[in-house]
Design a protein around this ligand. Sequence first.
Ligand SMILES: *[C@@H]1O[C@H](CO)[C@@H](O)[C@H](O)[C@H]1NC(C)=O
Ligand SMILES: *[C@@H]1O[C@H](CO)[C@@H](O)[C@H](O)[C@H]1NC(C)=O
Ligand SMILES: *[C@@H]1O[C@H](CO)[C@@H](O)[C@H](O)[C@H]1NC(C)=O
Ligand SMILES: *[C@@H]1O[C@H](CO)[C@@H](O)[C@H](O)[C@H]1NC(C)=O
Ligand SMILES: *[C@@H]1O[C@H](CO)[C@@H](O)[C@H](O)[C@H]1NC(C)=O
Ligand SMILES: *[C@@H]1O[C@H](CO)[C@@H](O)[C@H](O)[C@H]1NC(C)=O
Ligand SMILES: *[C@@H]1O[C@H](CO)[C@@H](O)[C@H](O)[C@H]1NC(C)=O
Length: 387
Amino acid sequence: MSLPSVFICIILLISVPVLSGINVEHRPTVGVIRWDAWNLFNNQYDPISYYLHRALTPEEFHFRIPFYGSVHSPTNISFNGDIQNVMDQEVLYAKHAGIDYWAFDTYCTFGSNCTTNNTYCTQYYKQTSNQYCPRNPAYGLDLYLSSPYKSLVNFTLILLGSSPCDVTFQQQYIDLMKQPQFQTVLGGRPLLYLFQFDNAEADICGGGWSGSGQVFQKFRQLAISQGLQNPYMVLMDFDVATVQSHASMLEFDAISTYALPGGTNEGTPFVELLHSAQQWWQSAHQIGTKMVPIVPTGWDPRPRAENPVPWVDEGPQHYFQPTVEELQTLIRNGINFTCTYNQTAEAQTIIIYAWNECSETSGSLIPSLGNGTLYVDALSKVLPMHC
Ligand SMILES: *[C@@H]1O[C@H](CO)[C@@H](O)[C@H](O)[C@H]1NC(C)=O
Ligand SMILES: *[C@@H]1O[C@H](CO)[C@@H](O)[C@H](O)[C@H]1NC(C)=O
Ligand SMILES: *[C@@H]1O[C@H](CO)[C@@H](O)[C@H](O)[C@H]1NC(C)=O
Ligand SMILES: *[C@@H]1O[C@H](CO)[C@@H](O)[C@H](O)[C@H]1NC(C)=O
Ligand SMILES: *[C@@H]1O[C@H](CO)[C@@H](O)[C@H](O)[C@H]1NC(C)=O
Ligand SMILES: *[C@@H]1O[C@H](CO)[C@@H](O)[C@H](O)[C@H]1NC(C)=O
Ligand SMILES: *[C@@H]1O[C@H](CO)[C@@H](O)[C@H](O)[C@H]1NC(C)=O
C-alpha cells in the first residue's frame, strides 16, 4: 500500500463514524403524484385532455397552465406534454426540487369510443370512473423511461380500479419494477400504490375482499418468483377507518390517500389544509395502521366546477394557494411526522399531491405560466431533509 492510499484509508475510517453520527443516511424519500392528461392523440386532444383543456380555458385559470402550454388569446389556450424535451425538462425541475420519485397514475388504454377488450377496463370506465377512457394514458411514463435524465428521479405506479387484478397487467408492472429507477422502501421492496379500489372493484377482482386479497397475494408471489423483493403495497382512499379496514382485508402493507378535498366556496386559508393532513396522519397513527403520509399542496377544482368533467363531480369548494412559506411548512411537517412516528410511517416515505393536477389544485408543483418555478424553488430550499 502506497503512502497516499494509507492516508485515504485513515480519512475514510475517521469520516464514516462521524457521518453516521450525524445521521446523514437517514432521510425519508419524497414522492409526488403525476396525472398525465396533457396530450394529443392523432393531433387532437386525447379524450381526457379534451376536458382538461376546456376546464383551463377561462382566463382566470390560465396561470395554472404548465410551462409548456401557451395562451393565444383570452379564450384560446393550447398545450401538449407528449414531447420528449418537455419531459426532460420536467425531470430536471423535479430533480431541482429535491423530489425522489414520481408516482404515475396508471390507467387502461382504450380504443376510440371507450372500446376495450378487457373486462376490468370496461368496469373502470363504466363504474369506477364514468367515461374515463384515454387513448394514450401512458405517454408520460413512456417519455420518462426514454429520457436521458431518468436516473435523476425514480418512479412508481399508482394502480387504479380493478385492472391491477389482471395477470397480464401484473406482469407489465413487474417488468417495470425490475427497472433500476423503480422506487423501493425498507431495503429494496418495490413500492406500489392502489387507488379507486372499493366494493365493486373487489367484487370483480376476486368475488369480494378476501378473494381479492388472494389475487394480490398471488401477485406478490409472481414478483418474488422473478427475483424481486415482496412489493410494499399501499392502499389509498379518503376515509382513514375505511381504507384501514380494506387494506387489512387485502393484506396490504400500509394506507394513504390521494388528496384531501375540502375548503369553502369563498376559499379557506391553506393552513386549514395542513391541519386536515395532520389530522389524517394522527388518526392513522391512533388506530395503529402503517401509513404513508399524504402531503397535499392544495385543493381547488373550480375549473372543473365551471366546466364539469364526466368522470368525477367536483364543486367550487377550495383552499387558497399556498405561499412559499406555507408550502415549506407543509413539507417539513410531513417529513417530521415520518421521522417522529417511524413505526407508523415505517416505509419512511411521503407522497405529495400533486405534480400536475392543475385543474384540481392551484398548488401543483410543476412550473406554470403564472407562477413560474415558484414551487419547485420553494421545495429545493427544504429538500433534501434529514430526520
Ligand atoms: C388558437 O390559436 C392558435 C394559435 O394562434 C390558432 O392556430 C387556432 O386556430 C386558435 N384557435 C381558435 C379556436 O381560435
Ligand atoms: C364513435 O361514436 C360515434 C357517436 O356515437 C359514432 O358516430 C362513431 O362512428 C363511433 N366510432 C367508432 C370508431 O366506433
Ligand atoms: C379488441 O380485440 C379485437 C380482436 O382481437 C381487436 O381487433 C381490437 O383492436 C381490440 N380492441 C382494443 C381496444 O384493444
Ligand atoms: C432510485 O432507487 C434506487 C433503488 O431503490 C436507489 O438505489 C437510487 O438511489 C434511487 N435514485 C434516486 C434518484 O432516488
Ligand atoms: C416534529 O414533531 C415533533 C412531534 O410532533 C414535535 O415535537 C417537533 O416540534 C417537530 N419539529 C419540527 C421542526 O416541526
Ligand atoms: C425510530 O426513531 C427512534 C427515535 O429517533 C430511533 O431510536 C429508532 O432507531 C428509529 N427506528 C427506525 C426503525 O428507524
Ligand atoms: C400565481 O399566479 C397568480 C396569477 O398571476 C397570482 O394571482 C398568484 O398570487 C400566484 N401565486 C403565488 C403563490 O404567488
